[in-house]
Design a protein around this ligand. Structure first.
Ligand code: BDR
Ligand code: CA
Length: 321
């Protein structure tokens, strides 16, 4: 069965790897890329989404999202990780196509209402477009099939944060939106650092993508040079963790992941801003701002070898088309 998805994204190197994975795998129907600030500013990220659509003939819509978080001061683009142009500094031609005229939150509302029960929202950037969609039309909560997020860090396997000691980038960029999304009455599955830091694309693996996946493999290799250099200098590793493609892998094959259930909240200010916490026990407390919230899924374990095999198989078949 194919799953229809809207992919909310801040392209971004691992975002491009996730977008092409969603396009490649026959179990996903990619309806749209809705863009969000994050790895790059909104103009650059939207340009990159349009570039991918045009270059790889994606049939999805591209829709521009909001340029800033709901309340916090913007933290700025992740230039050190993804480069000034978001795609590792490779030459990107200006696309000749344009985005859908609607703002992303309105596109999400319209599309979900047109196909009730059918659409999964996958978000691999800050969650502002999703929070805006929910705030404008809370009735969409019961019309959405599932919300799948790459973001957050709950401390499993000691993975607590990447941009601060206790926050992951997508949640840190807009903690208020993340708290709205996690406490809304829809089913959210959170694929955070707990699992994305447990799956690794080695430099050799990315060489294999280049050698077996045609033009798309060469493109992923080209954009990931800058990214791998960041990982080498910052963490001393020869490759990169599998962030955004892991959210797509969950949609294709949820059995790759072990999930833990319980309500989730986000710290919205102070030194732990962006920290995500899940209450997963039944313990009663005098004061508890978790328990009345919907129980969400947090991924705490991944079959990383199977995930890597799935990614390579999908991209190799697609590259051969
Ligand atoms: C997340 O932050 C962004 O830099 C990546 O694209 C990914 O979505 C990882 O923390
Ligand atoms: Ca991203």
């Amino acid at each position: 069965m194919t799953t229809k998805i809207i992919l909310d994204t801040d392209p971004g190197i691992d975002d491009a790897m996730a977008i092409l994975f969603a396009e490649a795998n026959p179990n996903i129907e990619l309806l749209a890329l809705t863009t969000i600030f994050g790895n790059a500013d909104i103009e650059t990220g939207t340009r990159n989404a349009l570039y991918l659509k045009e270059r790889f003939n994606l049939q999805c819509d591209v829709v521009k999202g909001t340029d800033k978080p709901l309340y916090r001061e913007p933290v700025g683009a992740s230039v050190a990780v993804h480069s000034e142009n978001g795609f590792g500094g490779i030459a990107i031609e200006t696309p000749t196509i344009t985005a859908d005229p609607r703002p992303a939150f309105q596109y999400i509302i319209d599309t979900v209402k047109a196909s009730p029960g059918d659409v999964t929202l996958v978000a691999v950037g800050p969650l502002t477009n999703l929070a805006l969609a929910y705030n404008h039309a809370p009735e969409i909560a019961e019309l959405i099939k599932e919300v799948v997020i790459m973001g957050g860090a709950f401390g499993t396997h000691e993975h607590t944060g990447n941009v601060t000691p206790f926050a992951e980038a997508n949640i840190h960029d807009d903690p208020h939106s993340a708290d709205i999304v996690f406490t809304a009455p829809w089913q959210v599955t959170i694929v955070g650092l707990d699992v994305t830091h447990e799956a690794f694309f080695s430099s050799d693996y990315i060489d294999t993508l280049r050698d077996t996946c045609g033009e798309v493999g060469q493109f992923m290799w080209d954009i990931s040079r800058f990214y791998l250099n960041f990982y080498k200098e910052r963490m001393g590793v020869n490759g990169c963790f599998v962030h955004d493609p892991s959210a797509i892998a969950y949609v294709i094959d949820p059995s790759l992941f072990t999930l833990r259930k319980g309500p989730v909240r986000v710290v919205c200010d102070g030194p732990a801003v962006g920290h995500t916490l899940q209450k997963y026990t039944d313990t009663k407390h005098k004061t508890d701002e978790w328990s009345d919230m919907p129980a969400q899924n947090v991924a705490i374990k991944v079959n990383d070898q199977a995930l890597l095999d799935l990614y390579l198989d999908s991209m190799t078949s697609y590259g051969a088309e």
